[in-house]
Design a protein. Structure first.
Length: 171
């Protein structure tokens, strides 16, 4: 197991996955990591959907492609995924979903799994597919999808380029 700073510095977005499925135990570890994320006023407004069925991930991808009218593989043919839904009435649902997602990504790095943050799930919320997925994933009333993560086993480790952000220290 690596330390947190090592996981942060080594993590990268993986867009290639082995066909080997994730185990239910691996998925549970990632879901638990998401549940321990900080949230505004400790609301914990998330509802996580773990998908181990590659065909369901592919169908979700096809529906997102149809909404966007593109052929981009939003989940990159990953064998698993996690969808992060949030309560729309939470104080800061977008930020809360982001902290939850980051925890999952760092846990995936710690487990030596491949993961990629996927934003295409937002398209489902305002589409005719929303009710279908709300029912299929037992999404509570008042919740909508905010982020998602493609998951699998690594084919390789992508190289990381230099960081573009900047910072300043004020004394």
């Amino acid at each position: 197991m690596m330390n947190t700073l090592e996981a942060i510095s080594k993590s990268s977005s993986h867009r290639e996955y082995q066909d080997t499925p994730l185990t239910e135990d691996q998925l549970k570890v990632l879901l638990e990591a998401g549940l321990y994320a900080p949230s505004s006023e400790n609301e914990q407004p998330w509802y996580l959907v773990g998908i181990l069925n590659k065909e369901k991930v592919e169908q979700l991808d096809k529906d997102i492609q149809a909404i966007h009218q593109d052929t981009k593989a939003h989940f990159f043919y990953a064998p698993a995924a996690i969808l992060v839904a949030v309560n729309k009435t939470a104080k800061t649902p977008i930020v809360d979903a982001a902290t939850c997602t980051q925890n999952i990504l760092l846990a995936a790095e710690d487990l030596n799994l491949a993961a990629c943050w996927v934003d295409g799930i937002l398209a489902i919320n305002n589409s005719d597919k929303f009710e279908h997925y709300k029912k299929e994933f037992n999404l509570p009333d008042g919740y909508e999808f905010q982020t998602s993560i493609a998951l699998g086993h690594r084919v390789n480790t992508p190289s990381r380029g230099p960081r573009k952000g900047q910072y300043i220290i004020v004394k």
